[in-house]
Design a protein around this ligand. Sequence first.
Ligand SMILES: *[C@@H]1O[C@H](CO)[C@@H](O)[C@H](O)[C@H]1NC(C)=O
Ligand SMILES: *[C@@H]1O[C@H](CO)[C@@H](O)[C@H](O)[C@H]1NC(C)=O
Ligand SMILES: *[C@@H]1O[C@H](CO)[C@@H](O)[C@H](O)[C@H]1NC(C)=O
Length: 307
Amino acid sequence: MAAQGRGWMLLLLCLSFVWETVSWKTASNDTGPVPVVIWHGMGDSCCNPLSMGFIKKLVEQEITGIYVLSLEIGNSIAEDMENSFFMNVNDQVELVCNILSKDKNLQNGYNAMGFSQGGQFLRAVAQRCPSPAMLKLITFGGQHQGVYGLPRCPGETSQICNLIRKMLNVGAYSSPIQDHLVQAEYWHDPLNEDLYREKSIFLADINQERGINESYKVNLMKLKKLVMVKFLNDTMVDPVDSEWFGFYKVGQAKDTYSLQESALYQEDRLGLKTMDKAGKLQFLTVNGDHLQFSEEWFVTNIIPYLK
Ligand SMILES: *[C@@H]1O[C@H](CO)[C@@H](O)[C@H](O)[C@H]1NC(C)=O
Ligand SMILES: *[C@@H]1O[C@H](CO)[C@@H](O)[C@H](O)[C@H]1NC(C)=O
Ligand SMILES: *[C@@H]1O[C@H](CO)[C@@H](O)[C@H](O)[C@H]1NC(C)=O
Protein backbone atom coordinates (compact mmCIF):
# COMPACT_ATOMS: atom_id res chain seq x y z
CA MET A 1 0.00 0.00 0.00
CA ALA A 2 2.74 2.39 1.01
CA ALA A 3 4.71 1.44 -2.12
CA GLN A 4 1.67 1.98 -4.30
CA GLY A 5 1.14 5.43 -2.76
CA ARG A 6 4.69 6.38 -3.61
CA GLY A 7 4.07 5.20 -7.15
CA TRP A 8 1.13 7.53 -7.58
CA MET A 9 3.10 10.34 -6.05
CA LEU A 10 5.90 9.80 -8.54
CA LEU A 11 3.47 9.65 -11.42
CA LEU A 12 1.87 12.91 -10.31
CA LEU A 13 5.23 14.55 -9.96
CA CYS A 14 6.20 13.37 -13.42
CA LEU A 15 2.97 14.61 -14.92
CA SER A 16 3.27 18.02 -13.35
CA PHE A 17 6.88 18.23 -14.50
CA VAL A 18 5.87 17.36 -18.04
CA TRP A 19 3.00 19.86 -17.90
CA GLU A 20 5.25 22.61 -16.66
CA THR A 21 7.80 21.91 -19.37
CA VAL A 22 5.13 21.97 -22.04
CA SER A 23 3.55 25.20 -20.83
CA TRP A 24 6.93 26.85 -20.34
CA LYS A 25 7.86 25.92 -23.92
CA THR A 26 4.61 27.33 -25.30
CA ALA A 27 5.06 30.53 -23.37
CA SER A 28 8.68 30.98 -24.35
CA ASN A 29 7.62 30.48 -27.95
CA ASP A 30 5.53 33.63 -27.74
CA THR A 31 7.47 35.75 -25.34
CA GLY A 32 11.09 34.56 -25.51
CA PRO A 33 13.69 37.13 -26.48
CA VAL A 34 14.33 37.66 -30.19
CA PRO A 35 17.71 36.13 -31.08
CA VAL A 36 20.63 38.28 -32.22
CA VAL A 37 23.13 37.74 -35.02
CA ILE A 38 26.47 39.59 -34.92
CA TRP A 39 28.91 40.18 -37.80
CA HIS A 40 32.37 41.43 -36.84
CA GLY A 41 34.58 43.96 -38.64
CA MET A 42 37.83 43.91 -40.58
CA GLY A 43 40.69 42.03 -38.93
CA ASP A 44 38.42 40.84 -36.14
CA SER A 45 36.78 37.47 -35.52
CA CYS A 46 33.60 35.99 -34.12
CA CYS A 47 35.00 35.22 -30.74
CA ASN A 48 37.68 37.59 -29.56
CA PRO A 49 36.92 38.00 -25.84
CA LEU A 50 37.82 41.70 -26.05
CA SER A 51 35.50 42.51 -28.95
CA MET A 52 32.64 40.35 -30.25
CA GLY A 53 32.99 37.86 -27.41
CA PHE A 54 32.53 40.74 -25.00
CA ILE A 55 29.45 42.05 -26.82
CA LYS A 56 27.91 38.58 -26.93
CA LYS A 57 28.39 38.15 -23.18
CA LEU A 58 27.04 41.61 -22.45
CA VAL A 59 23.86 40.95 -24.45
CA GLU A 60 23.41 37.57 -22.75
CA GLN A 61 23.85 39.18 -19.39
CA GLU A 62 21.31 41.93 -20.09
CA ILE A 63 18.66 39.75 -21.74
CA THR A 64 18.13 36.46 -19.95
CA GLY A 65 17.80 33.42 -22.18
CA ILE A 66 18.66 35.21 -25.43
CA TYR A 67 20.32 33.27 -28.26
CA VAL A 68 23.30 35.16 -29.70
CA LEU A 69 25.09 33.96 -32.82
CA SER A 70 28.41 35.66 -33.54
CA LEU A 71 29.22 34.75 -37.13
CA GLU A 72 32.44 32.91 -37.94
CA ILE A 73 33.34 33.14 -41.61
CA GLY A 74 35.42 30.01 -42.16
CA ASN A 75 36.44 27.06 -40.06
CA SER A 76 38.72 28.71 -37.52
CA ILE A 77 39.41 32.05 -35.89
CA ALA A 78 42.45 32.52 -38.16
CA GLU A 79 40.40 31.84 -41.29
CA ASP A 80 37.65 34.12 -40.02
CA MET A 81 40.12 37.02 -39.69
CA GLU A 82 41.79 36.33 -43.01
CA ASN A 83 38.44 36.16 -44.78
CA SER A 84 37.61 39.65 -43.51
CA PHE A 85 40.31 40.84 -45.91
CA PHE A 86 40.40 38.34 -48.73
CA MET A 87 37.12 36.47 -49.19
CA ASN A 88 34.78 37.85 -51.85
CA VAL A 89 31.97 39.63 -49.99
CA ASN A 90 29.25 38.29 -52.26
CA ASP A 91 30.39 34.78 -51.33
CA GLN A 92 30.53 35.74 -47.66
CA VAL A 93 26.96 37.03 -47.78
CA GLU A 94 25.81 33.84 -49.46
CA LEU A 95 27.60 31.75 -46.84
CA VAL A 96 25.92 33.71 -44.05
CA CYS A 97 22.48 33.39 -45.68
CA ASN A 98 23.04 29.63 -45.65
CA ILE A 99 24.09 29.58 -42.01
CA LEU A 100 21.04 31.63 -41.01
CA SER A 101 18.58 29.57 -43.02
CA LYS A 102 19.78 26.39 -41.31
CA ASP A 103 19.80 27.71 -37.74
CA LYS A 104 16.66 26.45 -35.98
CA ASN A 105 16.85 29.24 -33.40
CA LEU A 106 16.41 31.96 -36.00
CA GLN A 107 13.40 30.73 -37.92
CA ASN A 108 10.93 33.08 -36.22
CA GLY A 109 13.12 36.10 -37.03
CA TYR A 110 16.17 37.73 -35.54
CA ASN A 111 17.81 41.09 -34.89
CA ALA A 112 21.22 41.83 -36.36
CA MET A 113 24.20 43.90 -35.25
CA GLY A 114 27.01 44.64 -37.68
CA PHE A 115 30.29 46.12 -36.57
CA SER A 116 32.19 48.28 -39.05
CA GLN A 117 32.18 46.51 -42.45
CA GLY A 118 29.94 43.85 -40.87
CA GLY A 119 27.27 46.59 -40.96
CA GLN A 120 27.03 46.87 -44.74
CA PHE A 121 27.47 43.10 -45.07
CA LEU A 122 24.43 42.44 -42.87
CA ARG A 123 22.48 45.02 -44.86
CA ALA A 124 23.25 42.91 -47.93
CA VAL A 125 21.91 39.88 -46.05
CA ALA A 126 18.67 41.79 -45.34
CA GLN A 127 18.36 42.79 -49.01
CA ARG A 128 19.26 39.45 -50.55
CA CYS A 129 17.97 36.87 -48.06
CA PRO A 130 14.52 37.68 -46.65
CA SER A 131 14.17 34.32 -44.93
CA PRO A 132 14.53 33.96 -42.00
CA ALA A 133 13.38 37.51 -41.39
CA MET A 134 15.75 40.14 -40.08
CA LEU A 135 13.66 42.36 -37.81
CA LYS A 136 16.00 45.15 -36.78
CA LEU A 137 19.46 45.97 -38.07
CA ILE A 138 21.93 48.00 -36.04
CA THR A 139 25.16 49.08 -37.72
CA PHE A 140 28.09 50.40 -35.70
CA GLY A 141 30.41 52.57 -37.78
CA GLY A 142 29.27 50.78 -40.95
CA GLN A 143 30.36 52.16 -44.32
CA HIS A 144 27.05 52.28 -46.17
CA GLN A 145 28.48 54.44 -48.94
CA GLY A 146 31.90 52.86 -48.82
CA VAL A 147 35.26 54.44 -48.08
CA TYR A 148 37.80 56.50 -49.96
CA GLY A 149 40.89 55.89 -47.90
CA LEU A 150 42.19 53.43 -45.37
CA PRO A 151 43.79 55.73 -42.83
CA ARG A 152 44.23 53.16 -40.11
CA CYS A 153 43.89 49.44 -39.63
CA PRO A 154 42.80 47.75 -36.44
CA GLY A 155 45.00 45.71 -34.16
CA GLU A 156 48.21 44.01 -35.21
CA THR A 157 47.46 43.88 -38.88
CA SER A 158 49.53 46.79 -40.17
CA GLN A 159 51.43 44.61 -42.66
CA ILE A 160 48.20 43.37 -44.16
CA CYS A 161 47.02 46.98 -44.23
CA ASN A 162 50.03 48.12 -46.21
CA LEU A 163 49.48 45.31 -48.67
CA ILE A 164 45.84 46.28 -49.05
CA ARG A 165 46.70 49.95 -49.61
CA LYS A 166 49.11 48.89 -52.36
CA MET A 167 46.46 46.76 -54.02
CA LEU A 168 43.89 49.57 -53.85
CA ASN A 169 46.39 51.93 -55.43
CA VAL A 170 47.26 49.50 -58.20
CA GLY A 171 43.62 49.32 -59.23
CA ALA A 172 40.73 48.97 -56.84
CA TYR A 173 38.32 48.41 -59.72
CA SER A 174 40.36 45.89 -61.71
CA SER A 175 38.54 42.60 -61.67
CA PRO A 176 41.19 40.39 -60.00
CA ILE A 177 41.30 42.85 -57.09
CA GLN A 178 37.52 43.28 -56.98
CA ASP A 179 37.06 39.53 -56.83
CA HIS A 180 39.42 38.96 -53.92
CA LEU A 181 39.92 42.07 -51.85
CA VAL A 182 37.09 42.83 -49.45
CA GLN A 183 37.96 46.50 -48.99
CA ALA A 184 38.06 47.07 -52.77
CA GLU A 185 34.49 45.81 -52.91
CA TYR A 186 33.31 48.82 -50.92
CA TRP A 187 35.93 51.23 -52.28
CA HIS A 188 34.10 54.33 -53.48
CA ASP A 189 36.20 56.73 -55.51
CA PRO A 190 34.41 60.09 -55.89
CA LEU A 191 36.93 61.11 -58.56
CA ASN A 192 35.93 58.07 -60.61
CA GLU A 193 32.28 57.73 -59.81
CA ASP A 194 31.42 56.10 -63.17
CA LEU A 195 34.11 53.48 -62.73
CA TYR A 196 32.81 52.73 -59.23
CA ARG A 197 29.26 52.43 -60.47
CA GLU A 198 30.27 50.06 -63.22
CA LYS A 199 32.93 47.92 -61.57
CA SER A 200 32.19 47.67 -57.85
CA ILE A 201 30.93 44.10 -57.51
CA PHE A 202 29.45 44.56 -54.04
CA LEU A 203 28.66 48.08 -52.82
CA ALA A 204 27.42 49.52 -56.12
CA ASP A 205 25.17 46.48 -56.43
CA ILE A 206 23.54 46.68 -53.00
CA ASN A 207 23.22 50.47 -53.31
CA GLN A 208 21.27 50.16 -56.58
CA GLU A 209 23.88 52.08 -58.59
CA ARG A 210 23.48 50.05 -61.78
CA GLY A 211 19.71 49.90 -61.79
CA ILE A 212 17.02 49.03 -59.33
CA ASN A 213 16.61 45.53 -58.01
CA GLU A 214 13.06 45.71 -56.66
CA SER A 215 13.61 42.80 -54.30
CA TYR A 216 16.45 44.67 -52.55
CA LYS A 217 14.05 47.52 -51.87
CA VAL A 218 11.12 45.35 -50.83
CA ASN A 219 13.32 43.27 -48.53
CA LEU A 220 15.07 46.19 -46.86
CA MET A 221 11.74 47.88 -46.19
CA LYS A 222 10.65 44.80 -44.23
CA LEU A 223 13.00 45.88 -41.43
CA LYS A 224 11.21 47.30 -38.41
CA LYS A 225 14.21 49.50 -37.67
CA LEU A 226 17.50 50.38 -39.27
CA VAL A 227 19.69 51.92 -36.60
CA MET A 228 22.95 53.54 -37.72
CA VAL A 229 25.60 54.49 -35.18
CA LYS A 230 28.12 57.13 -36.25
CA PHE A 231 31.38 57.69 -34.36
CA LEU A 232 31.97 61.43 -34.38
CA ASN A 233 35.72 61.15 -33.88
CA ASP A 234 36.29 58.19 -36.17
CA THR A 235 39.84 58.12 -37.53
CA MET A 236 39.38 54.90 -39.51
CA VAL A 237 36.41 55.59 -41.76
CA ASP A 238 36.86 58.13 -44.55
CA PRO A 239 34.47 59.91 -44.77
CA VAL A 240 32.71 59.38 -41.44
CA ASP A 241 29.46 60.51 -43.15
CA SER A 242 29.34 57.06 -44.77
CA GLU A 243 28.22 55.65 -41.41
CA TRP A 244 24.88 57.43 -42.04
CA PHE A 245 24.83 56.89 -45.82
CA GLY A 246 26.47 60.21 -46.69
CA PHE A 247 29.52 60.54 -48.95
CA TYR A 248 31.84 62.87 -50.87
CA LYS A 249 30.17 64.89 -53.60
CA VAL A 250 31.31 63.78 -57.07
CA GLY A 251 34.64 65.02 -58.38
CA GLN A 252 36.41 65.87 -55.13
CA ALA A 253 37.12 64.48 -51.68
CA LYS A 254 36.26 67.26 -49.26
CA ASP A 255 32.61 68.32 -49.33
CA THR A 256 30.08 65.71 -48.43
CA TYR A 257 26.36 65.15 -48.92
CA SER A 258 23.94 63.56 -46.46
CA LEU A 259 21.63 60.61 -47.03
CA GLN A 260 18.67 62.96 -47.32
CA GLU A 261 20.46 64.95 -50.05
CA SER A 262 21.35 61.87 -52.10
CA ALA A 263 19.62 60.58 -55.22
CA LEU A 264 19.44 57.20 -53.50
CA TYR A 265 17.11 58.79 -50.96
CA GLN A 266 15.31 61.35 -53.09
CA GLU A 267 14.45 58.81 -55.78
CA ASP A 268 13.78 56.28 -53.01
CA ARG A 269 15.80 53.71 -54.90
CA LEU A 270 16.28 51.49 -51.84
CA GLY A 271 13.21 52.39 -49.81
CA LEU A 272 15.20 54.50 -47.34
CA LYS A 273 13.00 57.55 -47.83
CA THR A 274 9.84 55.54 -47.16
CA MET A 275 11.49 54.00 -44.11
CA ASP A 276 12.58 57.41 -42.87
CA LYS A 277 9.07 58.84 -43.21
CA ALA A 278 7.76 55.82 -41.30
CA GLY A 279 10.20 56.52 -38.46
CA LYS A 280 12.17 53.35 -39.13
CA LEU A 281 15.58 55.00 -39.54
CA GLN A 282 17.44 55.89 -36.37
CA PHE A 283 20.59 57.97 -36.40
CA LEU A 284 22.76 57.62 -33.30
CA THR A 285 26.08 59.25 -32.50
CA VAL A 286 28.93 58.39 -30.18
CA ASN A 287 31.58 60.85 -29.07
CA GLY A 288 34.57 58.68 -29.78
CA ASP A 289 36.83 56.91 -32.24
CA HIS A 290 35.85 53.92 -34.39
CA LEU A 291 33.80 51.40 -32.38
CA GLN A 292 34.82 53.07 -29.14
CA PHE A 293 31.80 53.07 -26.86
CA SER A 294 31.35 52.32 -23.20
CA GLU A 295 29.45 49.41 -21.76
CA GLU A 296 27.09 51.92 -20.20
CA TRP A 297 26.41 53.58 -23.56
CA PHE A 298 25.65 50.20 -25.11
CA VAL A 299 23.32 49.13 -22.33
CA THR A 300 21.45 52.45 -22.36
CA ASN A 301 21.21 52.99 -26.11
CA ILE A 302 21.32 49.59 -27.80
CA ILE A 303 19.89 46.98 -25.43
CA PRO A 304 16.39 48.57 -25.60
CA TYR A 305 16.27 47.80 -29.35
CA LEU A 306 16.96 44.15 -28.57
CA LYS A 307 14.32 43.75 -25.90
C1 LIG B 1 5.89 28.53 -32.06
O1 LIG B 1 7.03 28.21 -32.86
C2 LIG B 1 6.73 27.50 -34.01
C3 LIG B 1 8.02 27.13 -34.76
O2 LIG B 1 9.14 27.29 -33.98
C4 LIG B 1 5.83 28.34 -34.91
O3 LIG B 1 5.50 27.62 -36.07
C5 LIG B 1 4.58 28.71 -34.17
O4 LIG B 1 3.81 29.58 -34.95
C6 LIG B 1 4.92 29.40 -32.86
N1 LIG B 1 3.70 29.63 -32.10
C7 LIG B 1 3.35 30.81 -31.67
C8 LIG B 1 2.07 30.88 -30.92
O5 LIG B 1 4.05 31.81 -31.84
C1 LIG C 1 17.98 40.92 -57.46
O1 LIG C 1 18.54 40.36 -56.32
C2 LIG C 1 18.24 38.98 -56.13
C3 LIG C 1 18.78 38.57 -54.78
O2 LIG C 1 20.16 38.72 -54.71
C4 LIG C 1 18.82 38.18 -57.29
O3 LIG C 1 18.51 36.82 -57.14
C5 LIG C 1 18.27 38.71 -58.59
O4 LIG C 1 18.89 38.07 -59.67
C6 LIG C 1 18.48 40.21 -58.70
N1 LIG C 1 17.76 40.71 -59.85
C7 LIG C 1 18.34 41.43 -60.78
C8 LIG C 1 17.44 41.91 -61.86
O5 LIG C 1 19.54 41.67 -60.79
C1 LIG D 1 34.42 64.45 -31.21
O1 LIG D 1 33.84 65.16 -32.27
C2 LIG D 1 32.81 66.05 -31.88
C3 LIG D 1 32.14 66.62 -33.12
O2 LIG D 1 32.99 66.70 -34.20
C4 LIG D 1 33.42 67.13 -30.99
O3 LIG D 1 32.41 68.02 -30.57
C5 LIG D 1 34.05 66.44 -29.79
O4 LIG D 1 34.71 67.39 -28.99
C6 LIG D 1 35.03 65.37 -30.19
N1 LIG D 1 35.44 64.63 -29.00
C7 LIG D 1 36.68 64.27 -28.79
C8 LIG D 1 36.91 63.46 -27.56
O5 LIG D 1 37.60 64.56 -29.54
